[in-house]
Design a protein around this ligand. Structure first.
Ligand code: NAG
Ligand code: NAG
Ligand code: NAG
Length: 226
């Protein structure tokens, strides 16, 4: 038996035990970063709705997903008992009280040097998605101060520190090289850069985030005083 097979089998055997021994997931919000695997309508909001058969079987109309049914992040939200995630870029009918999706179909980790019209890759690379998240976090707190409906449309600050953060991105970085007619050797050569840029965003999320959150608390305290 090959080592890979053994690994898969031992993980499969361990899974039910560890699943049952873990405490319940209790995330009040989900913030998602990614590509078409988890796009709930970002690219559609920018460039027009994904046409049928997308959306056909579950939503019965275009639903922003490049899929006829739900995408994985929809099942994660449902599993946590949360409504489906609104795409950050959609200006209609969105409700971000329980999180947001920054994913757009065709996104890559690295910035591409081609436009979507040339290559089909989204201009919203992972660093841009993270910048949007950062902006969302700050501005949502300011907008919430308006009260009324705005209070219910955006998460309160402590949801950010208790939220689940999901990343599903990177496959398009590989195909982007092949689309430019690179050899496998050339594609392999830039993989470390892809990994390093992903690592940077995840590290920023974990190490700078607490500082940003503190600054934000101060901003909202000051706003309350006014
Ligand atoms: C885009 O161009 C810059 C400057 O030449 C380069 O550093 C970067 O790696 C390029 N990005 C991609 C995805 O090829
Ligand atoms: C937004 O969704 C939350 C549930 O997550 C709900 O309680 C709230 O009423 C919704 N707000 C609006 C304005 O629909
Ligand atoms: C890649 O090669 C194909 C086939 O030779 C060609 O049609 C296409 O224009 C090339 N693409 C680029 C970006 O050079």
């Amino acid at each position: 038996m090959s080592p890979i097979y053994m690994l898969v089998i031992s993980i499969t055997l361990l899974l039910p035990i560890s699943t049952f021994s873990l405490p319940d997931c209790n995330f009040p919000a989900v913030f998602n970063f990614g590509d078409s695997n988890s796009d709930t309508g970002g690219l559609s909001a920018m460039f027009g709705q994904a046409p049928p058969p997308n959306g056909e079987t579950f939503f019965h109309s275009p639903a922003g997903r490049y899929c006829d049914g739900r995408v994985l992040i929809d099942f994660i939200a449902e599993g946590l008992g949360l409504p489906l995630l609104s795409p950050f870029l959609d200006s209609m009918g969105t409700n971000f009280s329980h999180g947001a999706s920054f994913a757009t179909a065709g996104s890559t980790i690295r910035r591409q040097n081609t436009t979507i019209f040339q290559s089909g890759y989204s201009p919203i690379s992972l660093d841009i998605q993270y910048a949007q998240f950062n902006d969302f976090m700050k501005r949502s707190q300011i907008i919430r101060q308006k009260g009324d409906v705005f209070r219910n449309l955006f998460p309160n600050i402590d949801k950010f520190s208790r939220a689940l953060y999901t990343f599903d991105i990177g496959q398009n970085d590989l195909t982007a090289g092949y689309k430019l007619n690179m050899s496998t050797q050339e594609v392999k050569a830039y993989v470390p850069d892809v990994i390093s840029q992903l690592t940077t965003v995840v590290q920023v999320r974990y190490f700078l985030f607490p500082i940003e959150l503190l600054q934000l608390l101060r901003i909202s305290e000051n706003l309350k005083k006014k």
